[in-house]
Design a binder for this molecule. Structure first.
Ligand SMILES: Cc1cc2nc3c(=O)[nH]c(=O)nc-3n(C[C@H](O)[C@H](O)[C@H](O)COP(=O)(O)OP(=O)(O)OC[C@H]3O[C@@H](n4cnc5c(N)ncnc54)[C@H](O)[C@@H]3O)c2cc1C
Ligand code: FES
Length: 267
């Protein structure tokens, strides 16, 4: 595999403030956009930022194959994302991608349940957009200001459930409260496929609940990354293995970022 196959100098078409600290950026990316599958990501080199050498990983939120565009939703949390928020339309940005395994295709017989914490909605939106049978999604965040793309999910036909920790919008509590209800309410002859992305603690709770209910679940881990292509081992998580300790490290950029809950070694 040659990395040059996956690199593209894209043109920024739009970079707009979505709300609060969140932005949505759209690139003209005719090389990368046709081969994107849900849950994959790009590794982005920040333009005009010589002090920010490392690329930054972002999930591919949406693609338009007719227009050859791809979009990201990102939160400004540090120097790189701040610099990205200042990039204007017309700027050339180098993207490496699409990277990662992404989510497996949904089984038509099962109810799809998407669970997204904060910007985890970016990694899971294409699951909803490409699903043959709409299911339900649970968008969770600390507060109302961190609930994103609710209407976009609704437009896919998915039932949308909202949870906020502070109760400022939707159900006061956490995503697993609603997930538990959904799993408890499944008819005896129906099973669910869970697709989740969000903070580690959320993924752990979702994975445990899914295992308890014998539901298959796919968890997308956003570990900090340096190279993004399997060379540096900064992005590892523990996976069950036949080793002395019962686990081994795997690279989330290369073997993931999506892993089946059953394979993850939860401590
Ligand atoms: C596969 C993948 C997909 C991602 N998708 C998105 C997305 O769709 N939208 C989005 O807003 N962000 C996403 N992220 C996170 C994004 O890459 C980081 O927010 C970004 O790299 C931060 O860069 P920065 O220079 O602004 O912050 P830095 O200055 O590098 O970091 C600021 C603070 O954030 C922490 N941090 C950095 N990266 C992460 C991380 N991955 N997880 C937790 N804490 C981190 C740092 O430790 C530090 O405390 C994704 C990460 C991965 C690995
Ligand atoms: S980021 Fe370098 S191996 Fe994953």
């Amino acid at each position: 595999m040659s990395l040059s196959n996956f690199q593209e100098d894209t043109r920024v078409l739009e970079n707009k403030n979505y709300k609060g600290d969140y932005f949505c950026i759209t690139f003209h990316a005719p090389t990368i956009s046709p081969s994107v599958t849900p849950g994959q990501f790009v590794h982005l080199r920040l333009p005009n930022s010589p002090d920010l050498l490392l690329r930054r990983p972002f999930s591919i939120y949406d693609v338009d194959t007719e227009l050859s565009t791809l979009s990201l939703i990102y939160k400004v949390i540090g120097k790189g994302s701040k610099a990205l928020s200042q990039v204007s339309a017309g700027t050339t940005v180098n993207l490496l991608g699409p990277l990662g395994n992404g989510f497996p295709p949904a089984n038509k017989e099962k109810l799809i349940i998407i669970v997204a914490g904060g910007y985890g909605c970016a990694s899971t939106f294409l699951v909803a957009k490409t699903a043959v049978n709409p299911g339900c999604c649970i968008l969770g965040a600390r507060t109302r200001d961190d609930i994103l793309v609710e209407n976009e999910f609704k437009q896919t036909g998915f039932e949308v459930n909202i949870t906020t920790n502070d109760g400022s919008y939707g159900h006061k509590g956490i995503v697993t409260d609603v997930l538990q209800q959904k799993l408890n309410g499944l008819p005896y002859n129906q099973s669910a496929s869970i697709y989740a992305c969000g903070p580690d603690a959320m993924l752990k709770a979702v994975g445990r609940l899914a295992l308890k209910h014998h539901a298959e679940s796919y968890l997308s881990f956003d570990m900090p990354m340096c190279c993004g292509v399997g060379a540096c081992f900064t992005c590892v998580i523990k996976i069950k293995a036949d080793s002395r300790d019962g686990w081994e490290y795997v690279r989330t950029c290369y073997n993931g970022p999506v892993f089946e809950a059953n394979d993850v070694f939860f401590e």
